[in-house]
Write a protein that binds this ligand. Structure first.
Ligand code: NAG
Ligand code: NAG
Ligand code: NAG
Ligand code: NAG
Ligand code: NAG
Ligand code: NAG
Ligand code: NAG
Ligand code: NAG
Ligand code: NAG
Length: 327
């Protein structure tokens, strides 16, 4: 569920990847964000001219990402999908040009299964050591964030992995690459893992604003193992609701290998399973003051575009349950 789906754009090796500071010359200010004009994150601001804890100066193109999985692979352990709801994947900081980097601070490496296993996805990148400590969910306990934990265990669901392992992956691979979730941003009173709590809360703030299932349902697009849909149905419905064109991702067989698409030129995939919503943020992403932007025109989908080519499958019987906490 991780590596293949996340490969997009170009990973960039940073000489400073293992240091806690994304910028050696980060602002000497004490990160009182009320004093910093909340500038827009893209095109990128110069980190030597603004407080990079108060304006996202590293990964200014935010992606709110969700999955539509039909099973978890861990049903027997009670890991189930929330009925009638797309699940949370993450909140990613791409560069304004659409490329991205990952595992930017190895002092905050909480991913038990790093994927890829080097910082630049190449054999010559810095090795990302698998994490073996207490699960990241336990970091929330000293903060008394049991409600947050319950929400995450309801909506932030992994496939073929325990939920907390997946949350650790999302944090260490992606959150460490934001300038605004960097530990110095929390000032001299920083409490260990405060950045983790802040990132999880912020990710949920973004997730709640894009109720994909409900948006599709309003347009009579609901999961089905007998009906198929067209890519344009998803694109037009979600774009109208969100205000910009998201990336829509598919897996499964390529259309040209199916009976209907055989010998054709449409080789897109046919099973809907992801959506990525793109935004730029004013000031700290934590505040949620954003503008929706289109996914890059060269990569808006990998799904087949032929009429009726897309399956939006119903979940496997026994793989979902009614959520006990509200979306
Ligand atoms: C930031 O705080 C430190 C004390 O923690 C202080 O010495 C320093 O002068 C402050 N910097 C600014 C720009 O106010
Ligand atoms: C995209 O932006 C990043 C950050 O500014 C830069 O390092 C990278 O070289 C750029 N990539 C391309 C393909 O322009
Ligand atoms: C991690 O990297 C090593 C060395 O490049 C490679 O041999 C190994 O197969 C990789 N492991 C995974 C799980 O990708
Ligand atoms: C790392 O390997 C890639 C090819 O996999 C190469 O393009 C790049 O120049 C190498 N970087 C360094 C620093 O050796
Ligand atoms: C696909 O090509 C094969 C061999 O060229 C042909 O027998 C078959 O009828 C074609 N199928 C369709 C749907 O066009
Ligand atoms: C389907 O399209 C892909 C990508 O263009 C191609 O590699 C593959 O050979 C095609 N398969 C068939 C059965 O036509
Ligand atoms: C997004 O794409 C749509 C359709 O191509 C276009 O009408 C709209 O102006 C674009 N929005 C932005 C902000 O570029
Ligand atoms: C619908 O089809 C998918 C894909 O084959 C399957 O995983 C799922 O179990 C099916 N759902 C139901 C309710 O039969
Ligand atoms: C799933 O359950 C529905 C009724 O809830 C039933 O109609 C269907 O046959 C079941 N599918 C499978 C694959 O067991």
């Amino acid at each position: 569920m991780m590596a293949a789906k996340l490969s997009f754009g170009e990973a960039i090796l940073l000489a400073s990847a293992a240091s806690a500071q994304l910028y050696p010359d980060q602002s000497p200010l004490n990160h009182t964000c009320a004093l910093q004009e909340p500038l827009l994150s893209c095109p990128p601001q110069d980190p030597s001219l603004v407080d990079s804890c108060c304006v996202e100066t590293f990964g200014g193109l935010l992606l709110t990402t969700q999955f539509w999985d039909t099973y978890t692979g861990r049903e027997s352990e009670g890991q189930l999908l929330p009925a009638d709801t797309w699940t949370l994947h993450g909140l990613w900081p791409d560069f304004c040009n659409g490329s991205y980097t990952q595992y930017c601070d190895l002092t905050r490496q909480y991913d038990p299964i790093p994927s890829p296993n080097t910082t630049n996805a190449k054999p010559n990148g810095t090795f990302v050591p698998p994490y073996t400590g207490p699960k990241i969910g336990t970091f929330l306990e000293p903060f008394g964030k049991f409600d947050l934990l319950e929400y995450m265990n309801t909506y932030w669901i992994a496939q073929n992995q325990d939920n907390a392992g997946f949350w650790g992956h999302e944090f260490s691979k992606h959150a460490t690459c934001f300038s605004t979730f960097n530990t110095p941003c929390y000032g001299p009173e920083y409490k260990q893992h405060e950045d983790v709590v802040d990132f999880f809360e912020t990710t949920i703030k973004y997730y709640k604003r894009v109720p994909t299932f409900t948006w599709l349902e309003k347009a009579d697009i609901t999961p089905s193992n007998s009906t198929t849909y067209s890519y344009a149905d998803f694109r037009d419905t979600l774009s109208a609701e969100f205000g910009a064109i998201p990336f829509i991702g598919c897996s499964g067989p390529r259309y040209n290998t199916t009976e209907a698409g055989k010998n054709g030129t449409d080789s897109g995939f046919t099973v809907l399973n992801e959506v990525w919503y793109y935004e730029h943020a004013y000031g700290r992403p934590q505040e949620g003051n954003t503008i929706a932007v289109n996914a890059t025109s060269t990569y808006q989908t990998n799904c087949a575009k032929a009429e009726g080519a897309i399956h939006y499958y119903a979940r496997t019987n026994g793989s979902e349950k009614a959520p006990t906490v509200p979306y």
